[in-house]
Design a protein around this ligand. Structure first.
Ligand SMILES: Nc1ncnc2c1ncn2[C@@H]1O[C@H](COP(=O)(O)OP(=O)(O)O)[C@@H](O)[C@H]1O
Ligand SMILES: [Mg+2]
Length: 224
């Protein structure tokens, strides 16, 4: 069973002359234990695809299924619960709460989602793997772009989601960090049985992917 599936998903922004068809009949499936890359130029529809897959916004038509349940017409409340429990996001823009330290970002997750987060030991391992153990007391504004990105990845993973969605997760990272983060995504898929979906321009991530899709003008083609 696919953990996430999109069936004939279409997304149209705006009306009349200003109308933009961002997604045209997208059919897509992802399984646990796999890393899927969605590549393509700016404006291709990648972020739209990811936010619809993660139920941050609704398709104009078509269905989104999570564990075979159609979430297309979930209420806002049900979508929130679903996201909280099953989906981790690492978004392109700022993810971290600016007035909380890195450590407090995790405490915040504990407040909103009280169960099934990583244990203290698992969090320590994750922080170590990401090389951010020493940054726990710092505020986001005191971190480099790459450090912020790694902290955002840690926070998304802390909630132990089944599906991890990341938008340009390596945009701010140097090559060594890209390799580490790429390997981390792969380990998450293989060892913790997550479905990892990454939207990226970054060819350095290709070697970590089980499947690669190319997005162009709102259509998706499977490359691997
Ligand atoms: N909220 C929005 N309102 C109107 N048009 C949008 C909106 N978000 C994205 N678009 C348009 O939809 C198309 C796809 O955008 P996007 O999904 O952000 O692509 P990508 O992430 O591949 O750069 C673009 O033409 C973009 O301008
Ligand atoms: Mg984008």
């Amino acid at each position: 069973m696919a953990v996430i599936e999109l069936k004939d998903v279409k997304k149209v922004y705006g009306k009349g002359e200003a109308q933009v068809v961002a997604l045209k009949d997208i059919n897509f499936k992802a399984d646990k234990g796999e890393v899927v890359l969605i590549m393509g130029p700016s404006g291709a529809g990648k972020s739209t695809f990811l936010t619809i897959a993660g139920s941050l916004q609704k398709p104009t038509s078509g269905q989104v299924l999570i564990n075979d349940a159609d979430i297309s017409d979930f209420s806002a409340k049900k979508s929130n619960e679903l996201r909280l429990g099953k989906i981790g996001f690492v978004l392109q823009a700022y993810n971290l709460v600016p007035f909380l330290t890195v450590n407090e970002q995790f405490t915040l997750v504990d407040k909103v989602k009280k169960q099934n987060n990583l244990s203290k030991a698992e969090l320590q391992d994750l922080l170590k793997q990401l090389g951010i153990t020493k940054l726990l007391r710092k505020y986001p504004g005191e971190l480099s772009g790459g450090q912020q990105q790694r902290a955002a990845i840690a926070r998304a993973l802390y909630a132990n989601p089944e599906i991890l969605l990341a938008d340009e997760p390596t945009a701010l990272l140097d090559t060594q960090n890209v390799e580490e983060v790429g390997q981390l995504f792969k380990d998450l898929a293989k060892k913790r049985d997550k479905a990892v979906m990454l939207v990226t321009h970054d060819p350095r991530l290709e070697k970590y992917a089980d499947h690669i899709y190319e997005m162009m003008d709102g259509t998706m083609t499977k490359k691997k």
